[in-house]
Design a protein around this ligand. Structure first.
Ligand code: H2B
Length: 96
């Protein structure tokens, strides 16, 4: 079943609620970068997200180099940003 995309107004409201998160240039994803003291902290953060992702059946696109983690959230089944991305972004903030 297709998943509904958030409207532009809903995405704007979401980003106001999520300091540090921005809209990707094409408008189809939200992204944020995180920096930790070391790799161990960064990877532990990623592990918490991975457990959430499996439970929610919603998976991030991400990038890690040592203490830095870049996360992009989009819903492939929606062709853009959905409530699943909003929920995941809020969950990620709560994992910091
Ligand atoms: N993750 C993301 N980010 N978007 C999706 O549309 C998606 C997913 N779909 N994880 C899920 C898995 C889907 O492929 C499975 C079959 O439920």
């Amino acid at each position: 079943m297709p998943i509904a995309r958030l409207t532009d107004a809903e995405v704007s409201a979401l980003l106001e609620d999520l300091p540090g998160w921005t809209l990707r240039e094409d408008g189809l994803a939200i992204e944020c970068g995180f920096e930790f003291d070391d790799f161990s902290q960064a990877f532990s953060f990623m592990t918490r997200i991975a457990l959430y992702a499996e439970k929610a059946d919603h998976h991030p696109e991400w990038f890690n180099v040592y203490n830095r983690v870049g996360i992009t959230l989009t819903t492939h089944d929606a062709g853009g940003i959905s409530q699943r991305d909003a929920d995941m972004a809020h969950a990620i903030e709560a994992m910091l």
